[in-house]
Design a protein around this ligand. Structure first.
Ligand code: NAD
Length: 318
């Protein structure tokens, strides 16, 4: 495993991070015992950064992760979130997020959270995020309930705007640095460097689009993007390569992010994703795949309040 420092937090994080949303059955039902084995195997492989949220499985992912980390909590850096509780349920008020942290602490069976993040800030009022939510979470660092404070979201310009105005320790975006979309590099990375904020890349498989199984029904990308994903997977298969392996190699080959979070609930996926560490993608195959993707590369979809969308975002497919 390779470790990098997360911004100015001083935390040394594994470049493969454990995304726990599949533990909440976000991609379909899972076998919880296999999920437990996947969590333990990830720790044995050197993965030390774990990301979850009350939203994933409407608390199920946190409950399961808390159980699976029993007696192993000290081996991991634990990140969870506040503010998003269902597909269309958000509350970024100070009162809600402070209670939310207490509930997460109970479910995660711990007395502190390493990184607390405001979940999907594009669904909130930016002024409230800056003047109410962030200060409420920052205050919790004094009581020791949380150590660092971050924000997450899909549109990138709103994140840049927030970190230019107020201290934030970490930022997380998803589907913005992978084989389909590399806009994180031009739109977010320079700001993360400028403000010394820890940068986290989530969903290197473009939320399962870059796998043999393909995108889940709820995937927001337009239909033509999903279809290109299927073609690329078939092409890789014909070359004797699993598209997920190439996608992980590509995402991990980006030194500016501290950790790349991939959703895992299976031991075999932990193994293949860890195997991608330090492997340079085959240049010929990568060039072919990127050429196939080019007509739909960097297609982004609308997410959250319209005023928070990045320019050029298209309506969601689902
Ligand atoms: P992802 O791109 O990591 O894809 C996960 C899916 O791919 C799951 O179905 C998983 O079973 C499957 N998979 C994983 N490894 C595989 C492999 N080697 N071969 C085949 N299939 C494989 O998408 P994600 O889970 O949405 O993102 C990763 C994590 O990032 C999440 O679990 C979550 O913790 C975090 N995240 C946060 C936000 C946010 O804060 N707004 C948004 C998205 C993701």
């Amino acid at each position: 495993m390779i470790y990098r420092t997360l911004g100015k937090t001083g935390l040394r994080v594994s470049i493969v991070g454990y995304g726990a949303s599949p533990l909440g059955a976000e991609f379909g039902k899972i076998d919880p015992e296999e999920g437990r084995r996947a969590v333990h195997h990830a720790i044995d492989c050197g993965i030390n950064y774990f990301d979850v949220a009350p939203y994933y499985g409407r608390t199920l992912a946190e409950t399961r992760l808390g159980e699976f980390l029993e007696r192993k909590r000290h081996q991991v850096i634990l990140a969870t979130k506040v503010g998003r509780y269902d597909v269309d349920q958000f509350d970024y008020s100070a009162r809600c997020v402070v209670n939310s942290v207490d509930e997460s602490l109970r479910r995660l069976r711990t007395d502190f959270i390493d990184v607390i993040q405001i979940h999907d800030i594009e669904y909130g009022d930016r002024s409230q995020i800056i003047h109410e939510t962030l200060p409420a979470l920052r205050a919790l660092t004094e009581s020791g309930k949380v150590r660092f404070v971050g924000i997450t979201g899909y549109p990138l310009m709103q994140i840049v705007d927030v970190i230019s105005q107020v201290r934030v320790d970490t930022i997380l975006s998803y589907c913005r640095y992978d084989l389909f979309d590399t806009t994180m590099d031009s739109m977010l990375t320079p700001a993360a460097k400028k403000y010394g904020v820890g940068l986290i890349n989530a969903s290197p498989l473009h939320m399962r689009l870059l796998t043999e199984k393909g995108a889940p029904d709820w995937h927001p990308a337009p239909r033509d993007v999903v279809e290109v994903g299927q073609k690329v997977a078939a092409w890789c298969r014909s070359q004797g390569v699993d598209i997920a392996d190439l996608a992980m190699q590509f995402a991990l080959d980006y030194d500016d992010v501290a950790t790349t979070l991939v959703g895992m609930s299976k031991v075999a996926h932990v193994d293949s994703n860890v195997r991608a560490v330090g492997v340079t993608p085959d240049p010929r195959l990568l060039a072919e795949v990127r050429a196939m993707i080019r007509p739909v590369a960097d297609v982004i979809w609308m997410e959250g309040r319209p005023e928070n969308d990045d320019p050029g975002a298209v309506p969601k497919q689902s």
